[in-house]
Design a protein around this ligand. Sequence first.
Ligand code: NAG
Ligand code: NAG
Ligand code: NAG
Ligand code: NAG
Ligand code: NAG
Length: 136
Amino acid sequence: MRASNLSLLVAVNWMTLVASTSIANGTGTVFYMTPGIGACGYTNSSTDLVASVSNVTFKAVRGATANPNDNPICNKTIYLRMPHTSGPVAFSVVDYFPIGNSVGPDDVGIPKYYFQRYAPVDEGIIPNVSWSIMST
Ligand SMILES: *[C@@H]1O[C@H](CO)[C@@H](O)[C@H](O)[C@H]1NC(C)=O
Ligand SMILES: *[C@@H]1O[C@H](CO)[C@@H](O)[C@H](O)[C@H]1NC(C)=O
Ligand SMILES: *[C@@H]1O[C@H](CO)[C@@H](O)[C@H](O)[C@H]1NC(C)=O
Ligand SMILES: *[C@@H]1O[C@H](CO)[C@@H](O)[C@H](O)[C@H]1NC(C)=O
Ligand SMILES: *[C@@H]1O[C@H](CO)[C@@H](O)[C@H](O)[C@H]1NC(C)=O
């Protein structure tokens, strides 16, 4: 997104956003991933504004279903408060990843295409990113 596209989002007060219509929130590390066929059953491309959350976040959401395709978190907007941006940036949740040695429950994956706008790919991660998933 270019700065001009972010201008509307700047008006959004982060705390109001998190407190009002959030179904999940946290602060974790952003890494980059390759979109494809995700847990939600969609096929997304490398330039789609999509995100992957942890299996913990995905399964803890209210109304979580045994079939991940039917999980209410699917296609919901996740706002990420990245460093050095004037406001939160929006992605759509389409997948989950299993937590493990290098990734935790509050981490979030985004396509490399977007990651590189916020940090050098060499660095691999962006720490300390607050996020909120909206109910609609
Ligand atoms: C944010 O997440 C915490 C748990 O991690 C929860 O206690 C709190 O209610 C959440 N807030 C909103 C607005 O969802
Ligand atoms: C991801 O893929 C689904 C199914 O093809 C599509 O409906 C959705 O709009 C895509 N998401 C984004 C952010 O492009
Ligand atoms: C996801 O949401 C977008 C609108 O935000 C919509 O255009 C798209 O069809 C939705 N995809 C699915 C698979 O529900
Ligand atoms: C998440 O994935 C990890 C690693 O596979 C697993 O140990 C854990 O039980 C999973 N948690 C949930 C809630 O599915
Ligand atoms: C994360 O943010 C906290 C408080 O804003 C700060 O104390 C901490 O050093 C930050 N950690 C990293 C890895 O940037």
